[in-house]
Write a protein that binds this ligand. Structure first.
Ligand code: ADP
Length: 355
C-alpha cells in the first residue's frame, strides 16, 4: 500500500488516467483487506485474552462529533439526516479511545449501510446509572426480523442476504463490536422492527475524570495541512528488520534525495549512527539482537545523539504505547503501515532548518 501511495502521488513518474484508476483500485482493495485482517486479528486477540485496554480520558461529545464528522460526506451523499443528542454532564470518561472509535464507527457504518436514501440516523448519549454512559445509534433503515436478531452479534452472520450481498461486508463487524464493548465491561444490544429501523446501543460503565487536553496526533495533523517544501538531501538512518518495509521506506525517502543508511537491528543501528551521524533516525521497535527501545536508550546516552530525532515506527498505537516510546527517548511515533504523507510530515517537522 505504501507503493500504491508512492505511485498515486506520481512521485516515481507520471501515470496515465487508466493507470491511476487501477492504482486507486489496488489501494482501496488493500485498505479493505487491511481492515478485515485487523478486525480478525482484534477478534482473535480478544478471544485469546491478549487484548488490553489503553485507558485514557475520552470525551463522549468529542468522540461522537468526531466520528460523525468523519462520516458526514457519506451521510450527505445518501441524503440521510444525522442528529446528535448528548446529555450535558457527560464530559469525560475513562475508556480506550481507539476501541471506542471502532465501536461507534461499526454502528454508524451499519446505520448508513442499512438506511435507505432520505432516512434519519440519531446518535444519543445519556448517563447510565452512577458512573457509566449509554450510547444509542438509531436508524430508520430496513430493520432486522425478530428471528434473526439473536444471531446478528455472532461471527460471519448476515441477516439480509440480498442486501448484504449488494452492499458487501463480512458479518464480523458486530461480533467484534460486541467483544470491544464487553472488554470495557459494557453491554451491547439492539431493538429493531423490520421495515421501520433499528436502535443499537452500548454502555461503558466507567468513572468520570476531570478533562485534560493532550494530543500529539493533532500536531501531526497540523503539519500535514501546511503545504510547502519538504526537506531534501538529509542524512537519515532507517532501522528495520523487515526487508519489504525497509525497501519501501527507502523508496519513499529517495523521492526527496535523502542520504539513506540502513541497519537491521538495534546493535547495527548504534554502529551505523556512530559512523554516519544521521540527522534523523527512523526506528522499528521489534527487532532481533537488540530492540528499538533499547537501542534508543543507548543512543541517548551518547552525547552526540542526545537531540537527534528518533522516530519510532510500529503497528502498536494508542496512548500507552506512545507514552512508552517517548519515555524511552523516542521523539515521536509513526504508525505502520507507513504512509507517504505522514512520513513526509514527520520529516518536515523534525528536519526543519533549526534542527
Ligand atoms: P457486515 O460487515 O456484514 O455489515 P455486521 O456484523 O456489522 O456485518 O452486521 C451483521 C448483520 O446484521 C448485517 O449483515 C445486517 O444483516 C445486520 N445489521 C447490522 N446493522 C444493521 C442495521 N443498522 N440495520 C439493519 N440490519 C443491520
Amino acid at each position: 500500500m505504501g507503493y500504491t501511495d508512492l505511485l498515486s502521488e506520481q512521485l516515481p513518474g507520471k501515470l496515465n488516467e487508466k493507470q491511476l484508476r487501477y492504482i486507486g483500485e489496488i489501494n482501496s482493495s488493500g485498505k479493505f483487506l487491511l481492515s478485515l485482517i485487523n478486525d480478525l486479528l482484534d477478534m482473535s486477540k480478544i478471544d485469546a485474552g491478549a487484548m488490553e485496554l489503553e485507558l485514557e480520558d475520552v470525551s463522549i461529545d468529542e468522540l461522537i462529533n468526531g466520528m460523525v464528522s468523519m462520516m458526514s460526506r457519506q451521510f450527505v451523499k445518501k441524503k440521510i439526516k444525522v442528529k446528535i443528542i448528548i446529555e450535558p454532564e457527560l464530559s469525560v470518561v475513562m475508556a480506550d479511545l481507539r476501541k471506542c472509535k471502532q465501536i461507534l464507527m461499526n454502528l454508524l457504518t451499519n446505520a448508513l449501510k442499512f438506511t435507505p436514501k432520505d432516512g434519519r440516523v440519531e446518535i444519543c448519549a445519556v448517563s447510565d446509572g452512577d458512573s457509566g454512559v449509554k450510547i444509542e445509534v438509531r436508524d430508520t433503515g430496513i430493520g432486522i426480523a425478530e428471528d434473526k436478531i439473536d444471531k446478528i452479534f455472532s461471527e460471519f452472520y448476515q441477516a439480509e442476504n440480498v442486501i448484504d450481498e449488494q452492499l458487501g461486508g463480512t458479518g464480523i463487524g458486530l461480533a467484534l463490536t460486541r467483544r470491544l464493548v464487553e472488554l470495557h465491561d459494557g453491554k451491547i444490544g439492539v431493538e429493531s422492527k423490520l421495515g421501520k429501523g433499528s436502535t443499537f446501543w452500548f454502555t461503558l460503565p466507567l468513572k468520570k475524570l476531570p478533562r485534560e487536553k493532550s494530543s500529539e496526533q493533532k500536531e501531526v495533523g497540523k503539519v500535514l495541512k501546511e503545504n510547502g517544501v519538504f526537506p531534501t538531501g538529509r542524512r537519515i538512518l532507517i532501522v528495520e528488520d523487515n526487508e519489504r518495509n525497509l525497501a519501501m521506506t527507502v523508496e519513499m525517502l529517495e523521492v526527496h534525495n535523502h542520504q539513506v543508511v540502513v541497519a537491521r537491528n538495534g546493535q547495527e543501528a548504534i554502529e551505523m549512527a556512530k559512523q554516519h551521524k544521521p540527522e534523523l533516525i527512523l526506528m522499528d521497535i521489534r527487532m532481533p539482537v537488540m530492540d528499538g527501545l533499547e537501542a534508543t536508550q543507548r543512543l541517548r546516552a551518547i552525547p552526540e545523539f542526545v537531540n537527534t530525532p528518533i522516530i519510532a515506527m510500529t503497528a502498536s498505537t494508542g496512548a500507552e504505547a506512545e507514552k512508552t516510546y517517548l519515555a524511552k527517548g523516542c521523539t515521536a511515533h509513526l504508525a505502520k503501515p507507513i504512509h507517504v504523507k505522514q512520513l513526509y510530515a514527520v520529516l518536515k517537522k523534525y528536519l526543519s532548518v533549526e534542527n
